[in-house]
Design a protein around this ligand. Structure first.
Ligand code: KE4
Length: 428
């Protein structure tokens, strides 16, 4: 497959953009290749600058659940653009999308729009701190909530319960307020809560982890977090930036029937345009400026274009049968890939919830970061590059999720499974 133009563009990009990309994972570093420069997309496919076509399972990292360039979304954004891209003033569309989110997610009584998932989680944490008057937060290894300082933190060594920076530029003083537990381990949460009594403002969790690969919550995990937070006066934040409107119209909290105090959203509610959101109980949200004292702001928050794309997308998701059809496609492709691996005698650990799935290159169950991090990332890289050569575009990292869209066809799925079969035979 010819990648000449992408490689030339990458060399040029690296002279003017750090690492040649505007977000690190796009650089294909963990798979040891140059990234493809994408020229256009339509439906389930993306097309690179060398004219190669790929069945796309990245979907812009989640937003493109209805497929690329859905006519309803394109028309909505075009029409809005003719009336103005942004006013920096309130508009009716913001109320429309707010009402759609509130109707979809009963735990959200009020919602504030922002422009990225990072802004959503950063703001939700500040609000939780402002509401409780507490400084510490608790997150989980392997969960990613964007790049706010408080979240670029890893577990302190040994008995130290306080976090240490996970990136240069994050002051130790910031990191020390972030505690890190193990996903699917209520014991690790209870130990940290006991050691930091009455000082934790919130627990933020991906209720379905998608940033260490796709790792579902074990039975009782989410319910246990809910109980701990209720008993300890801790705000439970479900980071559904990836899973919101993805695994169900009401997100993971609808599927697993566990109610957080706050929810963060993004990706799908912007239909591919920059949007994030955070919402929750009225009594918490009203602490936000200007109704309350917790400051939060954004020039393009709730801008008309992004609102239009989000409204158009959610109107498609609301159509009867949307998630049932997506579930069947997702089951077919994930199970087909797992079967291809088995038939090739190559062990993978396969996970799926709704249209989020992952093939872990591991002989063992993957249920948290320690088990995910044991995966054979070199074998994954071979698989990724083999699939790319066969016209299948997966996320360029073992620790990401594959997304199926409504636009993926039977032919796409058959092509994907056949490609996986060839790749597993190649690396077995
Ligand atoms: P953004 O700031 O990238 O819009 O959202 C941050 C974020 C927050 N919470 C969850 C659960 C997320 O998955 C994300 C972002 N997801 C990654 C994909 N693993 C974005 C891709 C990238 O960083 O380029």
């Amino acid at each position: 497959m010819n990648h000449t133009r992408s490689s030339l563009l990458f060399e040029e990009a690296k002279t003017v953009i750090p690492g040649g990309v505007n977000s690190p994972v796009r650089a294909f570093k963990s798979v040891g290749a140059d990234p493809l420069f994408i020229n256009k997309a339509s439906g389930s496919c993306i097309y690179d600058e060398d004219g190669n076509a790929f069945v796309d399972y990245v979907g812009s990292w989640g937003p493109m659940i209805v497929g690329h360039c859905h006519p309803d979304v394109v028309a909505a954004v075009q029409k809005t653009m003719e009336s103005g891209a942004s006013f920096g003033a309130p508009t009716e569309r913001e109320i429309t999308l707010a009402n759609m989110v509130i109707e979809a997610v009963p735990s959200i009584e009020m919602v504030r729009m922002v422009s990225s998932g990072t802004e959503a989680t950063m703001s939700a944490i500040r609000l939780a701190r402002g509401y409780t008057g507490r400084d510490n937060i608790l997150k989980f290894s392997g969960c990613y909530h964007g790049h706010a300082d408080a979240l670029l933190v890893k577990a302190g060594s040994g008995a130290a319960t306080f976090g240490v920076p996970d990136s240069p530029g994050v002051p130790a003083d910031f990191a020390r307020h972030t505690l890190t537990a193990e996903y699917n381990s209520l014991e690790s949460v209870k130990a940290l809560v006991a050691a930091n009594k009455d000082s934790i403002a919130c627990i933020i969790v991906e209720p379905l982890a998608g940033n260490m690969g796709t790792v579902p919550p074990r039975e009782g995990f989410l319910e246990g977090l809910r109980e701990i937070c209720t008993n300890e006066g801790i705000i439970l934040i479900f980071d559904e930036v990836m899973s919101g409107f993805r695994v169900a119209y009401g997100g993971v909290q609808e599927l697993y029937r566990v109610t957080p105090d706050m929810t963060t959203l993004g990706k799908i509610i912007g239909g591919g345009l920059p949007v994030g959101a955070f919402g929750g109980k009225r009594e918490i949200m009203e602490k936000l400026s200007p109704s309350g004292g917790v400051y939060q702001a954004g020039t393009l928050s709730g801008n008309p274009l992004a609102m239009s794309a989000g409204i158009a997308t959610l109107n498609i998701l609301k159509q009867p049968g949307f998630y049932q059809k997506l579930e069947e496609k997702s089951r077919q492709v994930a199970e087909g890939i797992a079967k291809a691996a088995r038939d090739a005698g190559y062990p993978i650990y396969s996970t799926r919830v709704g249209s989020m799935f992952c093939a872990f290159f591991s002989k063992r169950e993957v249920f948290d970061w320690p088990t995910a991090s044991q995966c054979d990332t070199k074998a994954f890289a071979k698989y990724f590059l083999g699939m790319l050569d066969e016209g299948i575009y997966l996320a360029p990292s073992q620790f990401e999720t594959a997304f199926v869209s409504a636009a993926h066809s039977e032919a796409d799925i058959e092509k994907t499974i056949a490609a996986a079969s060839n790749c597993f035979k190649m690396i077995a």
